[in-house]
Design a protein around this ligand. Structure first.
Ligand SMILES: Nc1ncnc2c1ncn2[C@@H]1O[C@H](COP(=O)(O)OP(=O)(O)OP(=O)(O)O)[C@@H](O)[C@H]1O
Ligand SMILES: [Mg+2]
Length: 351
């Protein structure tokens, strides 16, 4: 009921009461007894007015107290409460507007927290991935300085790897610059339809060059049709492969390291398998290795362990490609990472 209606009710009630009482008094008792009746009437008016005023007071004071408490909560930054007032009057509507404002403020605050978290995550992901090419460049430059690249061919390979790694860094830094310029912190994927064979062959060539210099045996097998196409962001997919291979190198415990890359056709998807003969992952750890900051006990206790974010980056990128990633491993024997990327299907155009 509207506040105005309530006040009108109060006014009419008092007026009606007065009119009726006066009429009854005069008609029934006559002028003499009217005074007695007037006293009774005054008592009734006092009580009724008192009750009516209390009714109006409750209507205003209860929601007002709730609003005051709510305002104090908001002032202190606490938005996890609810204002439960269903009244149809002006105060009830004010409470409903207040509740809508609280919900809006809470959503904004949560959005900001999520935005800040994603922003931090993104910067730490890029810094993480910048470390790998920097380490490689340092290694190759040291190799050149120490005279390891003693033939023109070797020198050529070293310089090519340094160049490729510098390019990777360049792309990552460009990405970082882009993030700081745009408001959203989603990775701006540049998807392109490319030949799976050509793309993965290029990756394999780079890996071969890089791993050979590290004394690691690398085998690449392509079991796909030559004309198969995939829709990928070539740079982001390189980050996936680099992260997986850098883990294989980091957790390698055999004198002769072996890394394999196989490309398979699995219906609508292309499956990429990256295997190593490293120390492997215990089955109790396997379900968690893609979680951010998760590191197995073995890597936590060794100086080689990183921050545990490499595979979470990998998972995120593969999923943004509409794919999926998983791993199998045997302790002491090695690990294989599998991920699938959807094939590009040409839609036949009906004439
Ligand atoms: N090829 C592998 N062989 C053995 N263990 C692995 C392999 N790949 C991943 N792991 C285990 O999975 C954990 C998570 O890997 P992830 O790449 O996310 O983190 P990280 O390598 O420890 O640190 P970061 O990549 O941030 O430097 C590692 O700590 C390691 O224990
Ligand atoms: Mg890693």
């Amino acid at each position: 009921m509207k506040l105005r209606t309530k006040l009108v009710i109060v006014y009419i009630t008092i007026m009606i009461l007065t009119t009726i009482s006066t009429t009854i008094a005069v008609h029934t008792f006559g002028p003499q007894k009217a005074t007695e009746f007037q006293q009774l009437y005054l008592v009734v008016v006092f009580v009724t007015t008192g009750l009516l005023i209390y009714w109006i007071y409750r209507t205003i004071s209860v929601p007002l107290a709730k609003l005051q408490k709510a305002a104090r909560n908001i002032k202190e930054g606490n938005l996890d409460f609810e204002i439960n007032i269903d009244g149809e009057d002006e105060i009830g509507q004010l409470c409903q507007d207040f509740e809508a404002m609280r919900i809006r403020l809470k959503a904004n605050a949560e959005e900001k927290v999520a935005f800040d978290r994603e922003n931090k995550e993104l910067i730490s992901n890029i810094s993480h991935d910048l470390k790998t090419p920097i380490t490689t460049i340092k290694g190759y430059v040291e190799g050149i300085m120490d005279g390891v690249a003693d033939t023109p061919e070797k020198m050529d390979r070293y310089i090519k790897t340094i160049y490729n790694k510098a390019n990777e860094m360049d792309l990552l830094i460009n990405e970082l610059t882009l993030y700081s310029k745009i408001d959203t912190n989603r990775i701006p994927y540049n998807f392109a339809t490319i030949s799976a064979k050509e793309y993965f062959q290029d990756c394999a060539d780079d890996l071969y060059m890089e791993l050979e210099a590290k004394g690691v045996e690398f085998t690449y097998r392509n079991l796909m049709d030559d004309d198969c196409k995939v829709i990928v962001d070539p740079e982001q997919l390189r980050r996936v492969i680099n992260n997986i291979v850098s883990n294989s190198l980091k957790y390698m415990d055999k004198p002769q390291g072996k890394i394999t890359m196989d490309l398979k056709d699995v219906g609508d998807f292309v499956q990429i398998e990256l295997g190593d003969n490293g120390k492997g992952i215990a089955s109790k750890d396997l379900p968690y290795i893609f979680d951010r900051f998760y590191r197995t006990d073995a890597s936590r206790n060794s100086s080689k362990g990183g921050s545990g974010i490499g595979l979470s980056i990998v998972k995120k990128i593969v999923e943004e490609h509409g794919g999926n990633i998983w791993a199998t491993s045997e302790e002491g024997a090695g690990t294989t990472m599998y991920f699938v990327i959807r094939k590009y299907q040409e839609v036949p155009i009906d004439e």
